[in-house]
Design a protein around this ligand. Structure first.
Ligand code: G6Q
Length: 551
């Protein structure tokens, strides 16, 4: 039972006096308008901004005063954030319910550094796998790695789900600009056969390589898709079992299951139980990313991650980007009662970034008990969602501007475009500035009236403003910047989880989903009418499905 496991590391928590101070401070701040805060402090826009490792965060358009920030920073101190950061970086088993260290930071630790888990420095192993990945990627990219019939590999398909899919898809899309366009990359995750069918419909097996990515190598969706891939591949290659070695490689922690599937463990890329699925895009799970962009750029991405790691580990909290973002998320979630955060990248290549963040944030912090197994006192993870700008502006932004809910937003943008075309980029960035400005300052009835608006129409055209946002700016979307951006959110999630005193690194809800369907599959497939012992609704749905699939 998870809740009975005692914390291996007790965080030094005090009574969080800052929490009650923030609760009463909120009563004052909630009445303040950003218009006033900016008018009273002409320097606010420059003052409430931090730049570190090439990432600029403007948090001035948040509903905070200096006192709010002081109290939030005090909350971080009182929650033992500093000690928790050190515990993570030192390989302590802070994932207490699974008794595991949490060391995605070791995946990007430079060669020659040392991070010890169970008495062993794991950094050399990390680099040994990276070297094997580089060798493999170079061979595929150069055409040296041939398929069974001697043809070069033109298509690479990652088969995985959750953490073994979302990171690879997001990174591929984000870094497409840098990818080898001679190779087609696809991603199969859903157990819905359509996902597989559509991914391979225009491909030939002799030119197609599958990367089966699964930490456990037992996940229903991935194993089902992997077996279908094996059949499809064999069917196109004369049924010769020897072809599997040329068309399948695995990324896993489970060598025996990989061997059972028929993949030579020489073609297996390893990672470790101290890498959580949603924190694994920079491990061997990123093999498809490395094949796409090449080892050098993959290392540049790791370097970006590492720079943000070091910033998080060493910077004072008041200048610490992930800490500030985590604290602001807590401020809206727990004091304003905002339930969601919108992530709005103004960069088309980041179109899958919000989906990636949904897993990172909500699987990590969607928890209802503390490390000690007690019910949490405050709401945990907000719901993260979003779409790239400017598309969102023509749909759901209406609610952000004029709805009744307060939705804090993260705007993400880059100074330089990857595809400079006429004035496109200036117009794109003008939209970022205009949106954050409009959200913060709104439009008063007097302004609307001055525009000649008829009286009856004025209420409809008023924008209250006072809607908070962060603006995150970086120079250009590069592999290095992507690493920084992902690490920024990883550590913001860590900051939030530390303050709520929860285990951000387990996922019992997801584990439950992995076993639930197993019981029902035979009931749907059995030739004879099964004895059903579910509730009446589930029983009825099973019977309805069985009947209609036969009709
Ligand atoms: C991630 C989760 C989950 C996991 C998938 C795939 O943190 O644990 O999304 O990544 O369920 O698991 P496997 O990699 O074991 O197939």
């Amino acid at each position: 039972m998870a809740a009975q496991v005692q914390p291996l590391t007790k965080p030094p928590r005090t009574s969080q006096t800052a929490w009650s101070a923030l609760a009463s401070h909120y009563k004052t701040v909630s009445k303040l308008h950003l218009r006033q805060l900016f008018a009273d402090d002409p320097e606010r826009g420059e003052r409430l901004a931090v730049e570190a490792v090439g990432v600029y965060l403007d948090y001035s358009k948040n509903r905070v005063t200096d006192e709010t920030m002081r109290l939030l920073l005090q909350l971080a101190e009182e929650s033992g954030l500093r000690a928790r950061i050190d515990a993570m970086f030192h390989g302590e088993k802070i994932n207490i319910t699974e008794k595991r260290a949490v060391l995605h930071v070791a995946l990007r630790a430079p060669q020659g550094t040392s991070i010890v888990v169970d008495g062993k420095n794991v950094v050399p192993e990390v680099h040994a796998v990276l070297d094997r990945m580089a060798d493999f990627s170079n061979r595929v990219r150069s055409g040296e790695w041939k398929g069974h019939t001697g043809k070069r590999i033109r298509n690479v398909i990652n088969v995985g789900i959750g953490g073994s899919d979302l990171g690879p898809v997001m990174a591929y899309e984000a870094l497409k600009h840098y990818s080898d366009r001679a190779i087609t990359f696809r991603f199969i995750s859903n157990i819905d056969g359509t996902d597989f069918a559509e991914a391979v419909r225009d491909l030939v097996p002799s030119e197609t390589l599958f990367i089966i990515s699964s930490k456990t190598f037992t996940t229903l969706e991935t194993m089902t898709n992997a077996h279908t891939a094996r059949e499809w591949s064999l069917a196109g290659l004369g049924g010769d079992e020897k072809s599997v070695a040329k068309h399948f490689v695995a990324v896993s922690t489970n060598a025996s299951e990989v061997a059972k599937f028929g993949i030579d463990t020489a073609n297996m890329f390893e990672f470790w139980d101290w890498v959580g699925g949603r924190y694994s895009m920079d491990s061997a799970i990123g093999l498809s990313t490395m094949v796409a962009i090449g080892p050098e750029k993959f290392h540049a991405m790791l370097n970006g991650f590492h720079q943000m790691d070091e910033h998080f580990r060493t910077a004072p909290f008041q200048q610490n980007l992930p800490v500030l973002m985590g604290l602001l998320a807590i401020w809206y979630n727990d004091f304003f009662g905002s339930q969601t955060v919108a992530v709005l990248p103004y960069e088309q290549y980041l179109k899958r970034f919000p989906a990636y963040l949904q897993q990172l944030t909500m699987e990590s912090n969607g928890k209802h008990v503390t490390l000690a197994g007690k019910k949490v006192k405050h709401d945990t993870s907000p719901i993260y969602w979003g779409e790239p700008g400017t598309n969102g502006q023509h749909s759901f932004y209406q609610l952000i501007h004029q709805g009744t809910r307060l939705i804090p937003c993260d705007f993400i943008a880059f100074s330089k475009p990857l595809n400079p075309l006429g004035h496109h980029h200036d117009m794109l960035i003008a939209n970022v500035c205009a949106q954050t400005e409009a959200l913060a300052f709104g439009k008063t009835p007097a302004q609307v009236e001055a525009e000649g608006t008829p009286k009856w129409l004025i209420p409809h055209r008023v924008f209250e403003g006072n809607r908070p946002s962060n603006t995150i700016l970086a120079d250009k979307l590069t592999p290095e910047t992507l690493g920084k951006l992902v690490a920024l959110y990883e550590h913001s999630v860590f900051t939030q989880g530390t303050i709520w005193n929860i285990d951000s690194f387990d996922q019992w809800g997801v584990e439950l989903g992995k076993v639930l369907a197993q019981r029902i599959i035979p009931e749907l497939e059995s030739e004879t009418e099964p004895q059903l012992a579910h509730d009446s609704s589930t029983n009825n749905l099973i019977r309805y499905y069985r009947k209609s699939k036969q009709s």
